[in-house]
Structure formats: C-alpha cells, structure tokens
Write a protein that binds this ligand. Structure first.
Ligand SMILES: [Zn+2]
Length: 307
C-alpha cells in the first residue's frame, strides 16, 4: 500500500455556506509525506495549515480549522471525500475563507478527484491504528472505538422528528462504499434554525440547493430525499471528515450514537492526547497492514479511471 495524490491541478468555485459569496477552491498534487495541507489566502497574506484535532476552532455551523489568525471553514465534506477516496497528500488552496458547500454532500469533491485522477506515490502509506478500546460519552451521545483492520462505522441517529426518527447503518468504508453509499448524502437542517441563522447573518449561503431542509413535519426539498436513510449516511460522511482531522488515516471500528462535530472532535483530542496508549502508527511495510481489506488494490495505471 502506497501513498497517493491527485494527478493534476483542478479548480472549482461555489457558494460559501457562511458568507453566501462565491469562493474558489484549487486542488493540487501533494508531495509524499506532506499530508493534507490547506493554503489560505487571508488579509495577512498566504498561510498553510494542516488538519489537527487541536486546530478545530469551531464546530457549530460547520467545522472550522484555524491556526495563527488564518482559518478555513466548512472543511469536513472535502476532508471526508479525501479520506473516503484514500488520498494521502494534497494541497488545497482556498480563496474566500471557506470550502464551497457545493450541493451539501461530498459528491462534487469525489467528481473533482476522479477527474483529476489518482496517482500512486513511492512512499508507503502511514496509518494510525487504534490498539485499545476507547470511548467517550456526553449527554446520551457516545463514540466507542476498538481495534480493527480498516475503518468501520456503526452509526445510530435518533431525531424526534417524523421524517427522521431512528436510523442505523453499519458500514466498512472503502473508496467504493464511500462513493456508492456515503458521498451523495446531503447535510440537513431545520427551517426554524435556518431562519434564525439567516436573521443573525449566519449561513447566508444555506439553501434548498445545498441542504435537506425540514419543517416540523416533512422534508421541504422538491425532489425529496436521495435515500430513505440519507440522514444517517450524512452523519457517517461527517464522521469520516471529522476523523480526518487526526492528520493520518485512522483504522478502527467505531460505534457511534447521536454524535456530532463537537463530540467527534472531543473524541479525537482525547485519542491524540493519549496517543501512546491508544494509537500505533504503522506503515504498509508492517506485515499487520498487508492484510488490510479496505485497501484500494488496483494497478497504478488503473487508478485514474477506476473511481
Ligand atoms: Zn456535514
């Protein structure tokens, strides 16, 4: 298993969820061992920042990364697409302070990665493996992690809403399952909250074009849902993006109950603070990882088209 990056630069623009303005996103191939790096054009010039659990400065409306006065918002769906597609190294240039919300899912980012193509690099992939059970619980929400060869999520949501209710999905995340089952699931919000946010100058880019919006009884989007369980699928998408904040692919099995960005980040901080107890950093040369079933096992020349 080797590290990967994208084949060529790719540019797109879209509406920012926070600002409601057009923002630009550029994805560029990254060097081996460089990881995922954001390059932000701010008032103080250009700054680079990498996902780290302690760099998450806000989890309210969406996940915001911030370091030394530079910040980039709404990073979680792009990060989910990168992890879901097993991209190790990439440079992400942002103009406008946030990643465009696109259609509220990770589908557009998957499409961008596919059209750029995926290139295998020479360095072996590094993975952070959970080696001991760890759980976190807060007000009836929890995450329980245990060792596993791959990334598996068993996620349950329970919203007291007639259109949502209890939904559960147990899934092994591989590039294929991510593309087929998770990537297209959109973010969701409640009309009351959207109205409140707009009144306070927040979520100015939020609309029925980039979120599933519900009133007290039903889904308001004209086309309805993309999947009957789109809500739990999107929560898994968010979970994948939030776990990407560790900075390395994470291997483990996760039982998640009603979590959100805040608890996901608290879990990751605990994991990192006690990394010597719970994590082992292994490279693909380590025999243990050779049996990994989630690997993108395709020939180098196939990589660009196989996804
Ligand atoms: Zn989301």
């Amino acid at each position: 298993m080797y590290q990967t990056t994208i084949n060529k630069k790719i540019v797109c623009s879209g509406i920012g969820l926070h600002s409601g303005k057009l923002v630009e996103l550029k994805l560029l191939p990254g060097d081996e061992d460089s990881g995922i790096v954001f390059q932000v054009h701010g008032k103080d010039g250009v700054k680079r920042l990498s996902p780290k659990p302690c760099s998450v400065v806000a989890t309210g409306l969406a996940t915001t990364l911030g370091v030394d006065g530079a910040s980039v918002a709404t990073v979680e769906h792009l990060l989910a697409a990168l992890r879901g597609m097993e991209i190790d190294n990439i440079l992400i240039e942002i103009k406008g302070g946030e990643v465009p919300i696109m259609d509220g899912s990770a589908a557009s980012f998957v499409l961008l990665i596919k059209s750029a193509g995926i290139r295998r690099q020479r360095a072996p992939r590094k993975v952070a493996k959970i080696i001991r059970p760890l759980s976190i619980e807060h007000e009836g929400k929890w995450i329980k992690a245990s060792p596993y060869n791959g990334f598996r999520v068993n996620y349950t949501i329970d919203f007291p809403h007639p259109a949502i209710g209890v939904q559960n999905m147990d899934i092994e995340i591989t590039p294929q399952s991510f593309m087929d089952i998770i990537a297209k699931a959109r973010t969701f919000g409640f009309l009351k909250e959207v109205e409140y946010l707009n009144k306070h100058g927040l979520a100015l880019g939020g609309s029925l074009d980039n979120a599933v919006v519900l009133d007290d009884y039903k889904v308001l989007n004209e086309g309805g849902l993309r999947f009957p369980d789109e809500f739990v699928r999107h929560k898994i998408l968010d979970f994948i993006g939030d776990m990407a904040m560790l900075g390395l692919p994470l291997h483990g099995s996760f039982e998640v109950h009603c979590s959100g960005h805040g608890l996901n980040n608290a879990f990751l901080r605990r994991l990192e603070e006690n990394s010597e107890l719970y994590l082992d950093i292994v490279t693909s040369r380590t025999p243990e990882l050779a049996n990994n079933s989630s690997a993108l096992e395709i020939e180098p020349e196939m990589i660009g088209q196989a996804v």
